[in-house]
Design a protein around this ligand. Structure first.
Ligand code: TXA
Ligand code: MG
Length: 325
């Protein structure tokens, strides 16, 4: 991990706790992406999150905890199973959706009967959560529908003066949002992430698969999300050369590749090669999309990564990023 905790980390944590206690919001690094954090028990704070993000109130937010034992305050759960999952995956990039306790604010659950919880792995997040002592609601710290932030500067650029404090935890190690596992009925994955279906199936001792909704999603119907403002399209490796040659000469466009053999050269091309390791690709993807998006290009092409299990979560995000608005 490339965290620069800095000399004044203790001061900043204290300041963050003060802001959270006052119902204000703080930019919080996690190992997945940066979060826009607010006191999950404070209605005004949670409303502020939705307002700042421009997010519809029906979209629930994840409650972040320092310690999995705190789950009992938020959710009704089989604590033996939770302990097994926690041993393997927490702190880490897994979110659990569980039946909620009555006391959980409707603003947090989006009016649903369930609540999402997770123990993040970033040392600064854990220090903040431990010092605050209570659950912190934190969606990704981006405006609704846009690319999640993986650096403190992304968060600052997104919200500017509207956010008093962004804890700088360096660049996020995972780079994609957490895996969301729902345990409300039969276990199912609502969002793929670093923790895989295979790993979860093994712990749960039963097959855990992607939710029907995810599996049946036709490309054209996918909700646009995690998206650059520049028109973005996914292109199969073997069609890349042809697609590039179709672009009018003089077109300024970006290209993100994963296969070294596919590196076309052209004037006007901004090329970012992320390589063929899914771990490293995921870590840099959002920063790459953000960088290209700031160059006023006419188009961003992304080479489709291999249809292999290790790329499932990356392909999910790319599909959403390249859906027409
Ligand atoms: O890695 C992450 O999970 C990051 C970091 C900051 O922890 N957070 C994140 O939050 O990605 P957000 O709000 O951008 O995405 C949370 C997702 C949303 O798609 C939301 O619909 C889903 O979690 N979610 C939250 N509560 C839920 C619930 N009770 N039932 C079903 N889905 C839920
Ligand atoms: Mg998000």
């Amino acid at each position: 991990m490339t965290q620069q905790a800095g000399n004044n980390a203790a001061d900043e944590i204290a300041q963050a706790v003060e802001l959270l206690t006052a119902g204000e919001l703080v930019g919080m690094p996690t190992e997945t992406v940066y979060g826009l954090a607010g006191d999950a028990t404070n209605k005004q704070a949670v409303e502020r999150i939705f307002h700042l993000k421009g997010r519809p109130a029906s979209h629930p937010v994840i409650v972040h905890l320092a310690d999995f034992h705190q789950i009992e305050q938020w959710a009704v759960a089989d604590m033996q199973l939770i302990e097994r999952l926690a041993e393997l995956f927490w702190p880490g990039p897994l979110t659990l959706v569980l039946p909620r306790r009555d006391r959980v604010l409707g603003e947090v659950t989006g009016g649903q009967d369930s609540v999402a919880v997770r123990v993040p792995a970033h040392p600064l997040a854990l220090r903040l959560l431990a010092a605050f002592g209570c659950g912190v609601a934190a969606p990704s710290a981006n405006r609704y529908g846009r690319i999640s932030p993986t650096r403190a500067e992304h968060v600052r650029r997104e919200f500017g003066d509207q956010l008093k404090l962004v804890l700088d935890g360096g660049s996020c190690e995972v780079g994609l949002e957490s895996t969301i596992l729902s345990l409300v009925k039969d276990p199912e994955i609502l969002r793929p992430g670093r923790v895989s279906a295979e790993e979860l199936s093994e712990v749960m001792d039963r097959p855990v698969s992607l939710s029907n909704q995810l599996r049946q999603r036709a490309p054209g119907l996918v909700a646009r999300h995690y998206a650059p403002l520049t028109p973005t399209e996914l292109v199969a490796s073997d069609e890349l050369e042809e697609r590039v040659s179709e672009l009018l000469s003089g077109t300024r466009f970006g290209l993100i590749t994963c296969d070294k053999s596919q590196l076309p050269e052209r004037p006007g091309l901004e090329l970012i090669h992320l390589g063929s390791s899914p771990t490293l690709y995921a870590r840099e993807l959002y920063a790459a999309m953000r960088r290209l998006d700031r160059l006023d290009l006419e188009r961003i092409l992304i080479e489709a990564p291999p249809a292999e299990p290790a790329w499932v979560s990356i392909r999910d995000r790319l599909r959403r990023a390249s859906t027409a608005p």
